[in-house]
Design a protein around this ligand. Structure first.
Ligand SMILES: [Mn+2]
Length: 308
């Protein structure tokens, strides 16, 4: 094995699709690349992998020790990496990501490829497209799923023309069943039977100066009903996360993938005030709605600006 391609611990469908996709691209180009993750993949990624008959090795933590070169996809920070991968960060030769706020400088030997597209999968798909490298059907299906998921079916504000273009091209490389997108998002909604693991499953922490921020994000259907039915449980989980991680700001952002709005849930006055200011929303009973879709990665820079 020449190079290990991996992503953050417990990756979502974008992380997994890019891991498998970039390794496949490198292998097609004659480079001995191994795709592996740390932890387990998000349920949505499990759904996509099942649908395209794909699997991913989960031995990244062992593989990092036996390799000289690492490529990170869909991540450009040490937060989020498994401890073992982080320990070998000096081996990182390339970083492919799509985050505005990033810490790619923490990887001193890396070629940095960060662009403001809706999904890192768009950048990987473009590699196949531009170099006219044969794309395996399963990889095309996964990259398609990743772009659709990350851009909330191309509706999120982070979506640009390049995401649309790659979705159109990927569709020609694998037959997407008519109801595929619906089933993928429906699968996401089903996760919410267990509120705690659904929230913990997509919880991310950030530093803005000395402040610590924790944001849980859910992309589901029927957000209003979900929040209403689970309000108390959601608040307990948030309070717990705030305490456990000594957070200054903590909230849940629920994206309704069908009706295209966000619902926010807070458990403290500081967070409420900050969100009201940066998003121009009003909370009532710890909840607030905002029309249109805003992703966590768009909220983070606004928060940091505000808290400087
Ligand atoms: Mn991503």
């Amino acid at each position: 094995m020449e190079v290990l391609v991996t992503s953050y611990k417990n990756p979502d469908v974008d992380g997994v699709a890019c891991t498998l996709g970039y390794a496949a691209f490198l292998c097609e180009s004659g480079i001995d690349a191994h795709a592996a993750i740390s932890g387990t993949v998000h349920p949505e990624a499990q759904f996509a992998m099942g649908a395209w008959d794909m699997s991913v090795a989960n031995d990244a933590d062992t593989a990092v020790r036996n390799v000289d070169k690492i490529i990170l996809v869909d991540i450009s920070d040490v937060d989020g990496l498994s401890d073992e991968v982080r320990r070998h960060k000096d081996k990182v030769i390339e970083v492919v990501d799509h985050r505005k706020v990033h810490n790619a400088h923490l990887f001193p030997h890396a070629r940095v490829h960060i662009e403001n597209v809706g999904a890192a999968a768009t950048l990987i798909a473009e590699k196949f497209f531009t170099c006219e490298v044969m794309i395996p059907r399963g990889i095309a299906g996964l990259l398609f799923s990743a772009i659709i998921s990350n851009t909330v079916n191309l509706k999120a504000a982070v979506t640009i023309r390049r995401d649309h273009a790659m979705v159109q091209w990927l569709k020609t490389q694998c037959a997407i069943p008519d109801d595929y997108i619906y089933r993928m998002f429906a699968h996401k909604s089903h996760l919410c039977g267990d509120v705690e693991s659904a929230i913990a499953g997509d919880f991310a922490q950030f530093h803005c100066g000395t402040r610590r921020i924790g944001i849980a994000q859910l992309e589901i259907m029927h957000v209003g009903t979900f929040v209403q039915e689970n309000a108390r449980h959601i608040k307990d989980v948030l309070k717990d996360l705030k305490k456990k991680n000594a957070l200054d700001v903590v909230f849940l952002t629920c994206i309704d993938v069908v009706d295209a709005f966000n619902m926010f849930v807070v458990v403290d006055a500081v967070t409420q005030k900050v969100l009201e200011r940066i998003l121009n929303i009003t909370f009532s009973n710890n909840c607030a709605c905002r029309d249109g879709i805003i992703m966590r990665k768009e909220i983070v820079p606004l928060l940091c600006d505000m808290m400087k």
